[in-house]
Design a protein around this ligand. Sequence first.
Ligand SMILES: Nc1ncnc2c1ncn2[C@@H]1O[C@H](COP(=O)(O)OP(=O)(O)OP(=O)(O)O)[C@@H](O)[C@H]1O
Ligand SMILES: [Mg+2]
Length: 355
Amino acid sequence: MEHEESSAKNNVETETEEKIKGKTVPVGIKIGSQRTVIAKENDTIIVETCIKERENPITGEKDYIIGNEAAELYGDEAVYMLRAGLPGTEDEAELLKIFLGRIASEYGIPENSYVTYGIPSTESEEGVQLFKKVVSQVPIGWAGKEVWNDSFLSALSLPEGLDILDETFVVVNAGSTTTDIVAVRKGEIVFSMVTGEVSGDLVDRWIKNEIMNETRGAVNVDLSTARSYKEKYANLKEWKSVQESVQLFEKGLYTFRIDEAINRPVERYLENLVDYIVLEFLPSLAEFNFKMYKKVLESDFILTGGMAEIPGLKEKFATLLSEKLGVSINVKCPENPLTASARGALLISKLRVEK
Ligand SMILES: Nc1ncnc2c1ncn2[C@@H]1O[C@H](COP(=O)(O)OP(=O)(O)OP(=O)(O)O)[C@@H](O)[C@H]1O
Ligand SMILES: [Mg+2]
């Protein structure tokens, strides 16, 4: 997948100036295929982007369990309606509407709010239209709403804040189903590419397989367990020996090492990530705009998205990327890469409210 676009912002109707004043609450919401992040002034909330429809056993009425509760109670039965990044069908749009309405009430987002949404880069104009329709139907953001590219928003959460708008930089957004890369010049996205070939989900699958191999087939964890091992133990800074025990049928308690089964896939991921940038993203950028390509090689790379939480990934990414390109690349990470885009979105909402 690849596309170019000229603006980090997707225009949605913004309501009148006078509504913006008063006690308007600024909010940033990043919609991810796996996790939605809500950033408020003093609070950042992370919610699984999933929903489970069910019938109330007593009244027979349809109701919905959403977010973390749905993930915990229903596991694989919960529907992740944005697996493709944005709603692809009216049904998915409807689920997203219910989801957003519920998180608004559960996490205290008032109607009188200014909401900036972060969404992934996409080729699907239909997805963007469906998303905007949903947003216009959710009873928040009465003072105004905006939709921006979430990779771009991540960059706004760096300590330099809005000053980054003067610079040229690349954002590498390492997510669960996709990796999204954008090249930005003076606040505008010049070029972007998205791939599903490098992703956190793939790492989870490799970890699951490695554990199977390591234990000669005795232990077969599900993907969400593999993911939680990754989130807990993946570490390229210092490899610590990690043991895990499971109760096996007819074998009793079985203990095995999992650090290699986790860190090897992460190293393979890193190689693939750097290869994608060096062999696909940069050559495509050079073809599209050679001046920008040359400029990018002198610019900072911002590594963000949940996978950037892995300790040591940033440093190894910088080393490997510099090695393969034969130039020294400076890599920066927002302080909390999993929630960075929501905080960038909050920054925009705050600006609008303070105006
Ligand atoms: N502390 C952590 N350590 C390792 N990996 C993590 C950590 N936190 C999150 N991740 C991984 O980051 C990925 C999620 O990142 P992110 O929230 O940026 O994705 P997303 O935006 O929902 O997905 P996509 O961009 O593909 O739509 C998952 O693979 C998750 O397991
Ligand atoms: Mg993402």
